[in-house]
Design a protein around this ligand. Structure first.
Ligand SMILES: NC(=O)c1ccc[n+]([C@@H]2O[C@H](COP(=O)([O-])OP(=O)(O)OC[C@H]3O[C@@H](n4cnc5c(N)ncnc54)[C@H](OP(=O)(O)O)[C@@H]3O)[C@@H](O)[C@H]2O)c1
Length: 255
């Protein structure tokens, strides 16, 4: 009988896995038994993360590549194939932001946000499709944001990319269900990572988050990672096309 709570033998690809939420996701998938390939641009940080996992005897590997370029994605899928046959889990976690008032963005800036946060996810899904279709346990989890549902001061282009990413999950869940590929989204609220470090360093910002969040604090990367890992598990086999908000209750709160 399949162990509903184990990923032993599953092959995973985690983008942006060298730090922040992506690192925590890779760490959680490894703890559940998966073989994990992480991607980020900084080769030293990728190597350091992988060395720490392999030192613990965990089956991790890394590739330094940019998900927003064709050459980067070619390098990523070459590394996937070099790791062995097949791919079961694709975690599209890379995302970035530039915070500004709507009228202050240059076209190059918002095009960059769409390229990194949305178009790279579309391309990663398309490239992974044949491998996932061949898997008996295929699951994609995209990392969205509550900013895809509410104005949380991130700037409009970031919100637009995250809203579109969430809808992409619903479209692909329906289109690829006959191929046995589940597709879900996890949407965090503020989480303490290198991306949000400058904001989190401001006591007034922390107070604002605490006041707006029923659980009274920002999230930790590991608290997002468990939501992603859950959606990858064999036990989640009937869950697809969903967006799980990991937000400390923020979206449940009105006034
Ligand atoms: N932190 C939050 O409060 C929060 C809230 C909601 C949603 N999110 C979402 O969660 C995801 C992760 O955020 P985070 O806070 O963990 O970010 P982070 O701390 O900035 O980490 C981003 C990771 O992605 C890699 N990366 C960035 N651009 C890349 C690219 N073009 N190609 C390959 N790798 C790239 C980074 O390494 P390199 O720089 O070396 O490439 C790093 O490993 C994002 O999608 C973000 O939008 C975050």
């Amino acid at each position: 009988m399949t162990n509903r709570w184990s990923l032993t033998g599953r092959r995973a690809l985690v983008t942006g896995g060298s730090k922040g939420i992506g690192w925590a996701m890779a760490d959680e998938l490894l703890a559940l038994g998966a073989d994990v390939l992480v991607v980020a641009r900084n080769a030293d940080e990728v190597a350091a993360a992988v060395a720490a996992w392999t030192a613990q005897g965990l089956p991790a590997a890394g590739v330094a590549a940019d998900v927003s370029t064709e050459a980067g994605r070619a390098a990523i899928f070459a590394a996937v194939r070099a790791r062995g046959p097949g791919l079961d889990l694709l975690i599209n976690n890379v995302g970035t932001n530039i915070r500004k008032a709507f009228n202050a963005y240059s076209p190059a800036e918002y095009q960059r946000l769409f390229s990194v946060n949305l178009f790279s996810v579309m391309e990663m899904c398309r490239s992974a499709y044949p491998l996932l279709k061949a898997s008996a346990h295929a699951s994609i989890v995209n990392v969205g944001s509550v900013a895809g549902r509410f104005d949380v001061g991130t700037g409009a282009p970031y919100s637009l990319t995250k809203a579109a990413e969430e809808q992409l999950g619903r479209n692909l869940a329906v289109e690829w269900a006959p191929d046995g590929i589940r597709v879900n989204t996890v949407a965090p609220w503020f989480v303490r990572t290198p991306l949000t470090e400058p904001l989190m360093a401001q006591p007034e910002f922390q107070q604002k988050i605490a006041a707006r969040t029923p659980l009274g604090r920002a999230g930790e990367p590991a608290e997002i990672a468990v939501a992603v890992a859950f959606l990858c598990l064999p036990g989640a086999s009937y869950i697809t096309g969903q967006c799980l908000l990991a937000d400390g209750g923020m979206s449940a709160k009105g006034l």
